[in-house]
Write a protein that binds this ligand. Structure first.
Ligand SMILES: [Zn+2]
Length: 191
């Protein structure tokens, strides 16, 4: 934890001071241009890989950068709420779904039941990408593990983008040319 404590102090003394005007202008409001939906993976850092400043990206991160299909839900729908806020309240112009190489979430789709027994919520969450796995197995039955994961990660991005269009307010904005949807694939080892 020492690293985090000294890091925050150092941030306050250096980066904050250097960009004081920006932080002050953001004090009471935000107007991000892009909703960035990425994986929770510690190696995929939205602000860092896009070289954006605070206030530019509205970020949702979850395991395997999943967009749950549209529904109004009685559960506490974290990702869906963030999407709703970004689009309807903040009126972002762009949505990026960013997948990445060596995604543990995508790999876990292929785990045996006992391998994921300690992660029941993760297993349940990943059911949302089950159709991606099914498609990969059907179309690429001979793919080795590395190839299979590579295809799964990329197909998963397409699947989540199509789920975005199940949100009526996104569909409407998309059809009217008011919002752009992008699928990105970030390769960790090569940047
Ligand atoms: Zn991941």
């Amino acid at each position: 934890m020492d690293k985090l404590f000294t890091g925050t102090i150092k941030f306050r003394e250096t980066s904050f001071e250097k960009n004081k005007k920006l932080f002050e202008s953001l004090d009471r409001e935000q107007a991000p241009h892009t909703l960035f939906i990425g994986c929770s993976d510690s190696r995929v850092v939205p602000g860092l890989i896009t070289k954006t400043l605070p206030g530019e990206l509205f970020v949702v991160r979850n395991i395997a950068n999943i967009v749950p299909p549209y529904r109004i839900s009685a559960e506490y729908a974290s990702t869906t709420s963030a999407i709703e806020y970004a689009v309807n309240a903040l009126e972002v112009e762009n949505i990026v779904v960013c997948g990445h190489s060596n995604c543990g979430g995508c790999a876990a789709l292929y785990f045996e039941e006992q391998e994921i027994a300690q992660l029941p919520n993760v297993a349940h969450w990943l059911e949302q990408a089950q159709s991606v796995k099914n498609e990969v197995l059907l179309k690429h039955p001979d793919a080795d593990k590395a190839h299979r994961e590579w295809i799964t990660e990329q197909l998963n991005i397409v699947k989540q983008m199509s789920n975005l269009l199940s949100y009526p307010y996104i569909r409407k904005r998309y059809d009217e040319g008011k919002i752009n949807l992008y699928g990105w694939y970030y390769i960790i080892g090569t940047g």
